[in-house]
Every structure is written in structure tokens, then in C-alpha cells.
Ligand binder design. Sequence first.
Ligand SMILES: *Cc1c(COP(=O)(O)O)cnc(C)c1O
Ligand code: SF4
Length: 436
Amino acid sequence: MTLTVESEPTLRTISGRRLRDLVLDRTGDSSLAHEVDVVSQVLPFKVSSYVVEELIDWGQAPEDAMYRLLFPHRDMLPPEDFAAVEQAMREQDRAGLRATVDGIRDRLNPHPGDQLALNVPQSEDTDGWGLQHKYHETLLVFPRQGQTCHSYCGYCFRWAQFVDRSDLRLAVSGPEVMTQHLLRHPEVTDVLLTGGDPLVMRTELIEQYLRPLLRPEHEHVQTVRIGTKAVSFWPHRVLAGQQAEDLLTLLSQLVDAGKHVALMLHLSHPAELATDAARRALRRLADTGAVLRSQAPVVRHVNDDPDVWARLWKDQVRNGIVPYYMFVERDTGARRYFGLPLARALEIYRGAVKGLSGLGRSARGPVMSASPGKVAIDGVVQLHQGPAFALRFLQHRDPELVGRPFHAVFDPVAQWWDELRPYSEHDREFFAGAAR
Ligand SMILES: *Cc1c(COP(=O)(O)O)cnc(C)c1O
Ligand code: SF4
């Protein structure tokens, strides 16, 4: 009997100046293509052939939500910066363009949440580079080869890692850095492999990180999470070919060994779940025994609509995914384009969940992953001195502060934690944690 193995389709990606050509080709709009060219000098953009052919509705571009998620827009840069880049390009001044671009990037807050200063385990020095151990039970691992994605989201808070400045990179050189840290930290129960997207790595490499967790000395690691947007950007990663089969086998083996394996799927819009390839990918991942969970930020132009989130969560439940987090866009990169007020994020969250059954309401949100911890905005309440945001830490460097309600002065335009003020004396301790 001859065995036919479905072959793995080849991933093609388009980035840099070729994006301009793609937009011109698909829309015929040369001023749109020009904007794409200018903005992509500063912020990283890349699309896979799959998103170009299957996810973007080119008849609706640039208004299509997936187009907005994936392509540059002139409003992502302050107008004066846009003009400066445009001028340097026109003058064909390479050094000037480079300096202009570097200056703009530095002003776009490349490392939000003091990630570099506060979370990298400094006592272990260069060893810890690329690990983030902020909450005592969870270790984040950023493998060097996983610091890219099959496509880039315009709102990505890790954009700085994708641009070609080595001083902005945050990654571990190999699995030993992780295993050494785990030996010293028996309190870690969860390892979260993240990036970028770890599923851009070849399966052999992923195995080098995950197989050691099966050793008896890493018994304390009960949960292995993998953060990924591959189901949206390149579902073929798990559909066909040896790389796919080996990855699924690896996940099953971790499950068989008694680990909880969770795929933390980044899902921004229902369109990402609407293709046959995505649904088959989800089914194959679930068949390994891994749990599928979802998270994404609520952002303008893409999903700032309660009905979109209601559909997204409904479709997730139907496809076996447990909604986990609705995040607030961080203060970095293109936030001027994607960001929205906390009060609006809350309305969207509440508008979305009110029509869903309990299974669709499992996402916590809106949540800010801020410097001191993860803060949920639970609502707006009327107190004796005026309206307040009701807040709660879901995670904090200091576990004593987790789960206790506190209040900030209501601010209808505030978009981030650092714009909030304690409502009363009792609330001060919750705002003091940034330097811990
Ligand atoms: C969100 C996050 C985690 C995981 O938190 P959970 O509440 O367990 O999902 C771990 N580390 C960092 C730095 C995080 O931002
Ligand atoms: S998938 Fe995640 S890491 Fe990759 S570009 Fe999107 S937001 Fe950034």
C-alpha cells in the first residue's frame, strides 16, 4: 500500500516595500500604497500569503477589519513624523531616513511596562535574558528563534523586537537558560512559551524547549502554555506535513505525561475563525488533549464593537475555545491609531457578554497588563465623591494585592493605568506598586 502524505503548503510572506506593491495591486489606490510605504519604514509589517488570500476582504479594504489589523495606516504616526519620513524618502537620504526613523521609534515607547528593567531576572545576569519571571508561579520564555510571527499585528506591543535594532531584542539563546532557571525556582508551575510566535519555530526546536519539562526534576511545571496566532495567520502549521505531525505528537505526549497543555490563541476578529483551514487546525490541536484558550486586545478599527466580540466569543465556544482575556491596548507603537478609552473598552465588554451564555462569558476583561500587574476594570460606580472605576488586580508582583477591589477616579478619556489616580486614601497602596 502506498501512503500519501498531504504535503505542507509553503509559507510566503510579504513585508517591507513589497507591501506597497501588494496594496497597489489589490486596491489600485496609489495614495493608500504610498501611506503603506511611509509607515512601514517605522513600524514592522508583514503578511502571510494565507491572510492575503483568505482573511482580507479586498473589496472592503482599507475598511476591512483584517486589513486594518495588518496594514499600515497614516494615522499610526503623528502627522509631523509621517511628513518627516516622507521627506527623507523623497530626498533619498538614507542616513537621514535612518536617523528620523530611529528617533520616531524611540518616542513610540518601545518597551512598555518597564519590561526590560523590572522583569528580566537580573540577579542571574545574562543568563536570565529572554526570561520574564514577574508573577511567582509563571515563567515566560522568549526563545530566540521564535521572535517573529507569520504576520504582524499593527497593534503589537512587541513591535520593537521585530525591527532591526539588536538593542531592542529580548530573547533566550537556548533551552538551558530556561531549565537552569526552573531548577532554581521550584515555585514555578506554569511555563509560557511566547514570542513573537513560538510556532514559527521548527518542531525540533520547540521540542528542545518542551521535552526537558518531562524530566522528573521539572515535575513542578504542571502547565505548559504556548502563545500563538498561527491558527489565524498560518493554520497550515498544524495541518499537513512532518512538521505538523511531529508538533501534534509532542503536544499529545506532554498531555499523556500529565501536563496541562494550553494553547493561548490570539484571536482578534471572527473572520479568523471563518476559514475551513482555521477550523481544521483547531480540531487537530484539540485532538491532542490540549486546551484551547483565547485572548486579544480590544482596539479601534478592528474590534471596537460589542457585536464583534459577541460573535467572536460565540464562535470560539462553538469551536472548543475557552475565552480567557480581553486586553486593553498598551501604550506603545501605533496606540494613537488603535487605542480607546478604558470606559469604552468596558462598554464593549459588557455589551458583548450580556447576550452570551456563561460559557461565552469566561473572558476576564477589559484587562491592563500594566507594570505592577494585571488590572481588571470591573465597572463604573457612583461613590459619594463622584464616579469611580472599580478595579481589581488579577495578578500582581505582590500576591497580597490580588483580588481586592479598589477604586480610581473615573476619567472618561483615560486609556491606561498611568493616567488613573486613587479615588481615596484606601486606594493608595494599589497605586504604589510600580517600583516593586
Ligand atoms: C499575563 C502574564 C502571565 C500569566 O498570567 P495568568 O493570570 O496566569 O494568565 C505571566 N507573566 C506575565 C508577565 C504576564 O503578563
Ligand atoms: S501575533 Fe502577537 S506577537 Fe505576533 S505580531 Fe501579533 S500581537 Fe505581536
